[in-house]
Design a protein around this ligand. Sequence first.
Ligand code: NAD
Ligand code: 44H
Length: 458
Amino acid sequence: MTTELPRLNRDVAPDRRAPVRIVHLGLGAFHRSHQAWFTQHAGDAGEWGIASFTGRRPDAAEVLAAQDGLFTVVERSDSGDTFEVVGSIVEAVDGANVDRLVELVAAPQTAVVTLTITEAAYGFAADDVTLLRAGEKPTTPLGRLVLGLAARRDSDAGSLAVVSCDNLSDNGNVARRAVADLARGVDAGLADWIDTSVSFVSTSVDRITPRTTPEDVALVSERCRYRDAAPVVAEPFRNWVLSGDFPAGRPRWEDAGAVFVDHIEPYENRKLWLLNGAHSILAYAGQLRGHTTVAEALADPVCLQAVEEFWDEASRHLDGDGLGIPEYRAALLDRFGNSRIAHHLAQIATDASTKLRMRAIPVLRAEREAGRSGEAAARMIAVWASFVGANPGLQDPQSDAVAEANNLAGGERIASLLALLDAELALEPAIVKLVEDLSAGFERAEVPARATASGTAA
Ligand SMILES: NC(=O)c1ccc[n+]([C@@H]2O[C@H](COP(=O)([O-])OP(=O)(O)OC[C@H]3O[C@@H](n4cnc5c(N)ncnc54)[C@H](O)[C@@H]3O)[C@@H](O)[C@H]2O)c1
Ligand SMILES: O=P(O)(O)OC[C@@H](O)[C@@H](O)[C@H](O)[C@H](O)CO
């Protein structure tokens, strides 16, 4: 009986708590399988503990706190599972505990703030300006971070690095702009201090980490002989490319395979276009064709062809020494085909208006500038348009605008949806027609309720 097993904690798996020197916002599955894993495997791991804050709900923090921050990474390959306890998270905190966040961001020993708050969260912190001006507690991760940075300035605790680990192009600068705009709305002096004292590091992050299922929890109990309510399942592959300064130091993440580069754009584009772009195609085309997971969709020749054609287009615009595009593509087919990783298409499908802007639009534009149609990139937009036609409730930061567009028909509807991604391209009749024609190839089928429900954000 699993209830008789001990709960995972630092008695069951003795592990010294490292001092908090990293603060993380967005205590989700990916943070645990990626940044926490890399920190655990740094040569100086004993000096770097993470205090990790949830975004919207206390649940993950409560569960992890009851386990002294420990959790299991289940590394899942085609041939089997391996299990590892990770102890780098030394404090798990409800994001609503803004006082603790402010205290830690202002602490001189804190050197790094990492973020996995989802792509959409960089766009809606503006409401926090009013709260911050009124001296009230902000509700968004970036609003809370600005309050912490204000306290750091006031206590003269020195510079630090903010490291975005979300799937965004130029994520360091996106974070910089979002934080600076918020700070400037509250206190111009604070914005100036952030400008000179906070280093925004850009990263390309990669490790497929689907949402944990009850079956995963049961498997860990059975195999590890302890109860872990917060394991994460991830593929064996992992990659972290970083670019930027760490004025107050950082863990030796390179010992765990992280790579530090001067120019990150080629790596970001390779990952965002080839991996995440393919994921978006599979998410919409795959669900429209009745599939539930990435591996199932990839096994469908229609979906595979859409992915391969998009990769051909995107690859023409990926240059840089050592990018190894053919090898990267081959590895992606293996990774996506890992049928033991049940990566649900519904999870990937959310927040399309933010994601497609970075995954489809740059390739579509580059192809058109080169005098070609950009058909494969346009198809990614077309399958999304078909999908939201049948599934108007899909989570999206611009869901009201998507609903308004859905009230239109034909080319007008497509133009309105396209305008959410790129207002200029939406004014070009040839592109609107291309997307409209391509979307006709994919029926606007209702997605079964079970698939939509599993995509509900944690
Ligand atoms: N899961 C992966 O395979 C993977 C791989 C690479 C990058 N990423 C990046 O990491 C992000 C998080 O992925 P995850 O799998 O950990 O997801 P998750 O749902 O497990 O965790 C997301 C965390 O962000 C918080 N959050 C989400 N939306 C928020 C909002 N609107 N406001 C405030 N907080 C919010 C959640 O509360 C949670 O703490 C992704 O959006 C992506 O950008 C994920
Ligand atoms: O919400 P998204 O689309 O940014 O993330 C869902 C997956 O595509 C993504 O998490 C990949 O698994 C990941 O980017 C692999 O490193």
